[in-house]
Design a protein around this ligand. Sequence first.
Ligand SMILES: Nc1nc2c(c(=O)[nH]1)N(C=O)[C@@H](CNc1ccc(C(=O)N[C@@H](CCC(=O)O)C(=O)O)cc1)CN2
Ligand SMILES: Nc1ncnc2c1ncn2[C@@H]1O[C@H](COP(=O)(O)OP(=O)(O)OP(=O)(O)O)[C@@H](O)[C@H]1O
Length: 335
Amino acid sequence: MTIIGLTKRARKLVVAAERLMIHPRTLATTAASPPSFLTTRVLYPHSSSLNLCHSASLNFTTMNTNTTRLDTIFKQKKFLRSKVRKDLRSMDPTLRSQEDDAIQSVILEAPWFKSCKGLCAYISCSALREVDTSKVLSEILKNTDRDDHSQVSKKLYVPRVEDKNSHMRMLNISSMNDLIANTMDILEPAPVDAEGNERQDVLFADEPVDLFLLPGLAFDKSGRRLGRGGGYYDTFLIKYQELAKARNWKRPLFVALSYSLQILDENVIPMTPNDVLVDALVSSSGVIPISSAAQMVSLAAKFSLHRNIQCFVPGRTSREVKLADDIAMWLDWLI
Ligand SMILES: Nc1nc2c(c(=O)[nH]1)N(C=O)[C@@H](CNc1ccc(C(=O)N[C@@H](CCC(=O)O)C(=O)O)cc1)CN2
Ligand SMILES: Nc1ncnc2c1ncn2[C@@H]1O[C@H](COP(=O)(O)OP(=O)(O)OP(=O)(O)O)[C@@H](O)[C@H]1O
């Protein structure tokens, strides 16, 4: 890739990134047109009768139609969840463990992970057949404990379910001993630590997090994510996006962890306007960047590698090396 070629491509990405910063990444605001399944006749069963309605009953009919449409989407989600759960249950344990290791190695080596200073991650639950996060978490916590600066020390927040109305908090932990099993048998932090101090809630922290590592049942390469149906994550991600916008913080990267069998064809995962798209997927084959923000990160990583090689190419002029340095700095600033 030439430097000139890179700047042109990078410029396009900046425009895309600016658009991304203006619009939060919910399906309602980012999709140029509704996904095909939202416009099919199946989901608009009463659309032909709408024209015949008296205007006074139009609102009621529209509400009814929307409810029917949502009901259908939730039914489709439920059906898909059962299918993926079944596939996960019959996944070969050796393959699962290989994918767990590969996914975690990809994360630990990723520049966006190495450089991140704060993140929200889930505590994987083997009974739910979730991609394992134990190695990633122990790397993060090892670093917090030892204060060994071989990598950036990271502040870790993990989920705690507060009630059944999709209310979840992300609380700071510094050790796996801070966790206890909840009624769903998922490990989560108690609201107060051993000294009786309230744990820090990421929504009240002075510093932003750069990254979310997200669980889910199914994903696709356009960023759709099917959760477990509680609405906890979508509600939280929207709240965090609003907070970041109000504080003028850079929006964190939303990265979902996925076994290969959980990556479905595009347009198969039904979506509602409240569903939040992810920026990237990590599978055992590597990172799949989706949003322009994620593509920019991946581009910067590739360029930084390219630059390191270019600096040592005999015959490279100091002007070219300087230009490469400037672009790398510019990309660092941008992402
Ligand atoms: N590890 C982890 N922690 C998490 C989540 C998650 O998905 N994974 N959450 C993400 O929201 C929140 C908790 N939400 C959850 C929602 C459903 C189930 C669950 O056990 N679902 C069963 C089916 C239950 C049913 O339908 O009756 C399942 O999926 O098999 C667990 C957690 C917060 N913490
Ligand atoms: N038929 C329905 N009508 C209205 N709301 C529903 C219906 N079925 C489920 N919900 C609610 O919609 C919310 C979001 O459900 P959704 O399927 O988007 O969750 P999810 O994306 O799988 O979960 P999460 O965000 O935790 O990963 C939940 O609070 C759920 O209770």
